[in-house]
Design a protein. Structure first.
Length: 200
């Protein structure tokens, strides 16, 4: 896919050491549900590029080599969502420092009038996102309120979500914040959540 084909679109990146792809799937589900035109790039052979004004791509930073990282930077995002930076699996301080540097470099590329959304429940995401960057808007978000039920979760308003995703409340909180940023009303978002299904 030629990166020039998305140069005139509003480019939205969703990144994290966990959850980036899951959040993206929820966002794409809601956009389809409410009828908002969108393009996406999930991988080099799984993408949709048409006439939509926005294009969305996720990236898992935990296993990203230097070549793929440099390629990802060329996406040149306008809006970025930083979900989960903290990595409980890594015991190597040097490795942790390296991926934090990647996040900071990425966030520093947010343009003036661009937006960073970040998970207020993740300490490293907060530190990285709240660094002073001229003209960049910050939007913090947190997990949705909900309770565990058999087969999924019950959200506020007695909305039942059937999902195997144990982190759904966190991922849905991220998705809702991003969707509201691109002007999808809260009631439409919550309604679309109820029809979300995990893909087999």
């Amino acid at each position: 896919m030629n990166i020039a084909s998305i140069k005139d679109k509003q480019r939205i990146a969703i990144i994290g050491n966990e959850g980036a792809y899951e959040i993206t799937k929820i966002v794409l589900h809601v956009l389809s549900n409410v009828g908002k035109s969108h393009d996406f790039i999930l991988s080099s052979n799984d993408y949709q590029i048409g006439d939509a004004a926005i294009v969305i791509t996720p990236c898992d930073f935990s296993n990203l080599d230097e070549i793929k990282f440099e390629e990802f930077l060329k996406f040149n995002h306008h809006i970025a969502l930083i979900h989960h930076v903290e990595d409980e699996k890594s015991k190597n301080d040097h490795a942790v420092e390296q991926f934090i540097e990647k996040y900071e470099l990425f966030a520093d590329l947010t343009p003036k009038s661009g937006t960073l959304l970040y998970n207020k429940e993740d300490n490293l995401a907060v530190v990285i996102s709240e660094k002073q960057r001229e003209g960049v808007s910050l939007v913090e978000y947190e997990s949705l309120l909900g309770t565990k039920i058999d087969g999924g979760f019950r959200l506020e308003g007695n909305l039942n979500i059937l999902t195997k995703n144990k982190n759904f409340l966190s991922h849905a909180g991220a998705a809702k914040a991003l969707l509201q940023k691109i002007s999808i009303p809260s009631d439409q978002i919550m309604g679309a959540f109820t029809t979300y299904k995990d893909k087999k």
